[in-house]
Design a protein around this ligand. Sequence first.
Ligand code: ADE
Length: 251
Amino acid sequence: MMRLDVLTIFPEYLEPLNVSLVGKARARGQLNVHVHDLRQWTYDRHNTVDGTPYGGGPGMVMKTDPWGDALDSVLSEGYETGSHGPVLVVPTPSGRPFDQELAVELSERPWLVFTPARYEGIDRRVIDEYATRMPVYEVSIGDYVLAGGEAAVLVVTEAVARLLPGVLGNAESHRDDSFAPGAMANLLEGPVYTKPPQWRGRGIPDVLLSGHHGKIARWRRDEALKRTTANRPDLIERCDPAAFDKKDREM
Ligand code: ADE
């Protein structure tokens, strides 16, 4: 079973981990989640977790000691319960862009320890120290700045959890995901429809009612190409040209 630990000064921010897909995976025993209040590892009256930055500048920096003590404690707890192979996941806008490939990589690890920071980030020595003991992934969920890394933990956890064996009802549901490997690699998924067949004068594309699986697959790929060209021309550049035929290039 995969183990997840989250160290945060806002444990309540992680409440959504009790809901929906991740919540069900926990209830079914497919995911073992521990959320810890970082302030447990502060010993002063004000439960201080931050300090002013060396060298000056705006904002505050998260202090070494609470993180170091918290990580030592959580990691030793895991060793006692037989969890092994921890990796540290540090959400930061200066990290490696999170994508489906990284989600797959993380889903293959037995134990993820997340350290979402508030303020201007964590004193660098903490990351350097734990990088000597375990793999560290500094991860960004996009080119924008959040007030803290907790929302990024929710994003990464959801993307990873749905890849764990048995978590999605239908094992084939991954196959046509946008970004999934295979024929749809680097293509965005096209439109989808369900009953009723008519809604406010709008019908369903005929091909989807044809029962012709070859034509349906072809149509889905064409729609994916159109959507990707419109919304993510950068992804088209990265596609394997061999995956396209002459007709695709004329679109
Ligand atoms: N913390 C603040 N902004 C972030 C981002 N874009 N990704 C991950 N963690 C963050």
